[in-house]
Design a protein around this ligand. Structure first.
Ligand SMILES: NC(=O)c1ccc[n+]([C@@H]2O[C@H](COP(=O)([O-])OP(=O)(O)OC[C@H]3O[C@@H](n4cnc5c(N)ncnc54)[C@H](OP(=O)(O)O)[C@@H]3O)[C@@H](O)[C@H]2O)c1
Length: 256
């Protein structure tokens, strides 16, 4: 999709962090943006205010880990803008924990939010999307290779890459492309909480675990998302944004 002006984009979990930056970047390109939060409308209003500096948008409160939440999001977007061209499955949850200690509530919440949600939302939106539309999934470096204490999170992020490829294969029949991004540690609440569990600050993380010497900024993930949206010859692919972390050996900081 070369020209995003007048397109309609839905970004799940865009009340803060990576989702917020993706929403703002899309609005700068002229896209109208549907901002989504689960339970913090004040966060969503802040993102929406930034979106409206550039284009138009709405805020929809919906839990996208459920089929009903994804339906509500789709219906609100269609009612307001009449169609959807871009879906970014960004909403996610993560907690670092040894595999053996991960309880059922954690397992179920993580799988519902990170894997079932993108599947439900993609089904709902793909049915309403026309040729030239695109779905972007947010995976993780933990979905490319295993990372200690991120097993439950990691399997959902491996799954998202599989979902991306399967959807690319089938949705091509409708002219829809599907791609993913897989970042390593990004400067957001989620990224900072991972580092604090590992007793690392940004500088130490950058020095010990990356080739570039720095944590990833959410804007850099948003740039990769825009690239995948624009390039009409890329589908079924995952872009890794990891500051070279994968070449640095295992990510084995000391957990509490
Ligand atoms: N930060 C990193 O280091 C990193 C690295 C690799 C991949 N990622 C992935 O990037 C994505 C965004 O992460 P982030 O770092 O921006 O996280 P974040 O700062 O924790 O923000 C996550 C956002 O998702 C929303 N959300 C969670 N569950 C939701 C649901 N069921 N329905 C609607 N919204 C929901 C949260 O809203 P509420 O507060 O309302 O729940 C929050 O606004 C996630 O998929 C994450 O796995 C992050």
């Amino acid at each position: 999709m070369k020209d995003l002006r007048k397109s309609v984009a839905v970004v799940t979990g865009s009340g803060r962090g990576i989702g917020r930056e993706i929403a703002i970047s899309l609005s700068r390109e002229g896209a109208r943006v549907v901002v989504n939060v689960k339970k913090r409308p004040e966060d969503g209003m802040e993102t929406l205010g930034r979106v409206k500096d550039n284009s138009d948008g709405i805020l929809v409160q919906a839990d996208v880990s459920t089929r009903d939440g994804c339906k509500k999001l789709k219906e609100s977007a269609l009612k307001m803008f009449g169609g959807v061209d871009i879906l970014v499955n960004n909403a996610g949850t993560s907690i670092a924990m040894p595999f053996i200690d991960s309880d059922d509530a954690l397992i179920e919440k993580t799988i519902k939010t990170n894997l079932l949600g993108p599947l439900y939302c993609s089904q709902e939106f793909a049915g309403a999307m026309g040729p030239g539309s695109i779905i972007i999934n947010v995976s993780s470096l933990a979905g490319i290779r295993p990372m200690k204490y991120l097993s439950v999170y990691g399997i959902t992020k491996f799954g998202i890459i599989g979902l991306t490829q399967y959807m690319a294969l089938e949705l091509s029949e409708k002219g829809i492309r599907v791609n993913a991004v897989a970042p390593s540690v990004v400067r957001t609440r989620m990224g900072e909480s991972l580092l604090s569990m590992m007793k690392l600050n940004d500088e130490e993380y950058g020095r010990r675990y990356t080739l570039t010497g720095k944590i990833i900024e959410p804007e850099e993930v948003a740039d990769a998302v825009l690239f995948l949206i624009r390039n009409e010859s890329i589908t079924g692919q995952t872009i890794i944004i990891d500051s070279g972390q994968m070449l640095m050996g295992p990510f084995s900081g000391e957990f509490i």
